[in-house]
Design a protein around this ligand. Structure first.
Ligand code: DQA
Length: 147
């Protein structure tokens, strides 16, 4: 099984950005944690982070051609603004789990909108980096139910 872990803008700044919200661990720590978990689960995982909306759309389209089975996706601020990202996920029909490190539902009103929630098979918020591992599990279960 092949999973893509996709992260949107400012996730590369983990450890530096608002540590009281996102913690003190870095993006590299996040990747290492997910890589270890996927190694244990026998999942082939790849990673992509971008601060650019179009680059994220390109990565979602590429996932189709790379025959990716599931996407773990933290679109970060684009969650709340991007129809293009929603359309890209719809276009490729790849099961996608929406992840947020923080508890977005307890934050600013502009964070209450999620354009991708309607297409996501699951949304996980407020569980820190562990939310990404839970998303991997959800995609594994989803994939097993198809086979
Ligand atoms: C975030 C929440 C978003 O509202 C914010 O713009 C982010 C990160 C999270 O992981 O909690 O950049 O997606």
């Amino acid at each position: 099984m092949k999973i893509l872990v996709l992260n949107g803008p400012n996730i590369n700044m983990l450890g530096i950005r608002e540590p009281h919200i996102y913690g003190s661990n870095t993006y590299q720590n996040l990747i290492d944690k997910i890589q270890d978990y996927c190694d244990k689960k026998g999942v082939d995982v790849s990673f992509f982070q971008s601060n650019h909306e179009g680059a994220l759309v390109d990565a979602i389209q590429q996932a189709y051609f790379d025959k990716i089975d599931g996407i773990v996706f933290n679109p970060a601020a684009y969650t709340h603004t991007s129809v293009a990202i929603l359309d890209a996920i719809k276009a490729v029909s790849i099961p996608t789990v929406e992840v947020h490190i923080s508890k977005v539902e307890e934050r600013d009103s502009f964070r209450q909108i999620s354009y991708i929630r309607e297409i996501a098979i699951k949304t996980i918020t407020g569980k820190g980096f562990d939310g990404y591992l839970e998303a991997v599990d959800a995609l594994i279960i989803n994939n097993e139910s198809k086979n």
